[in-house]
Design a protein around this ligand. Sequence first.
Ligand code: GLN
Length: 408
Amino acid sequence: MPVDLRDPVRLLLDTVLADARVHEEGAVADYIPELANADPDALGIALVSTRGVPHEAGDSGVEFTIQSVSKPFAYALALDLFGIDAVSEHVGLEPSGEPFNAISLDEASGRPMNPMINAGAIVTTSLLPGATADEKFAVVRTGLERFAGRELGVDEAVFASEAATGDRNRALAYLTRSAGTLGSTAEVATTAYFRQCSVLVTARDLAIMAATLATGGVNPVTGERVISEDAARWTMAVMTGCGMYDASGTWLVRVGLPAKSGVGGGIVAVQPGQFGIGTFSPRLDARGNSVRGVAMLEALSRDHGLHMLAHREEPLSPIGALSRSDDGMETVAALRGELRFAAAEEVLTRLAPLVRDDGTLVLDFSSVTSVGPAATRLFRALPGLLGPVEDRHIQVVLHDPEGVLDDD
Ligand code: GLN
């Protein structure tokens, strides 16, 4: 991908990356022996907007194993296929407040607490179609490739290394199997899961994958719909509560973006409706989250106001112009911008008292770019609300040449 040196977003990412280099603490994961070979100083970041424009800095094109960053995407595939209710019978939605490899099963149901810890991720992969590990992995791999928009390789050495040392994960699989929540044998589930964790990605791939969640399920680079809007929203919700393991609460306060980390050094973060970010730096903190990745995302969020719950300034009034016919019978309001619930509420409560009891209210949507579902419902209800009520007979005309009010 050609690098545009005049790209202002890239300059910003360069600064964030340079600032993160001061962090020398943390250590490369070595409980999977092969991961210990990672370059501890590798550092990359990429940001892809929902319009599919990539911006990247540092080692954003260097491949590493996706590890637990695969979990939300495998979960998204399961949600897309089976829906939240069916999947939730096997794996829960609650933050565990425990490390990623904890024996964290709900006492009553035997379900893992959530799909972002290993127990829940192994169950999630076990639910995907296919009778064998190879078949299940093929489903995961194809899904990850559609999220990333390119073919992805597998690091066979990391796979072999985890397969040789992954007894704790096997134990989790056997426990969930005995509780009746695993969708396959323990061997099939863990083999598919180990391969899933060994898929090779770059920070750029992660940014595109995250951006695919940000758009509500459409890969903004390829234009392909990968999962449903519901599946994207559910996935981001679980990432928000559980994506950073036992650091999830602190993360939510300090960064405030749905995210997921992996012990290969990757992190994805999503600003819904705006962009996805992927970071890569293999040195991990005690919880298994990339030290420099966390530092970069904290800095971006703090310095650029990216927290998803940050207070947004009041938008312009949705009423661009207001006019009244000479005889006072017709009130015309030209609406503008993006109308969501609060905008519709403002339009209705400000205009209704201005219209004569036997007059006409024209709402002109020509300059409106989009109308949210709640706002659409309010506007559609308006003729009934203002219409023949006692001695009021207000006619309501919704002038909508572009069809922004289409319920959809
Ligand atoms: N493959 C790793 C494991 O199961 C993934 C863990 C992680 O990235 N946090 O131990």
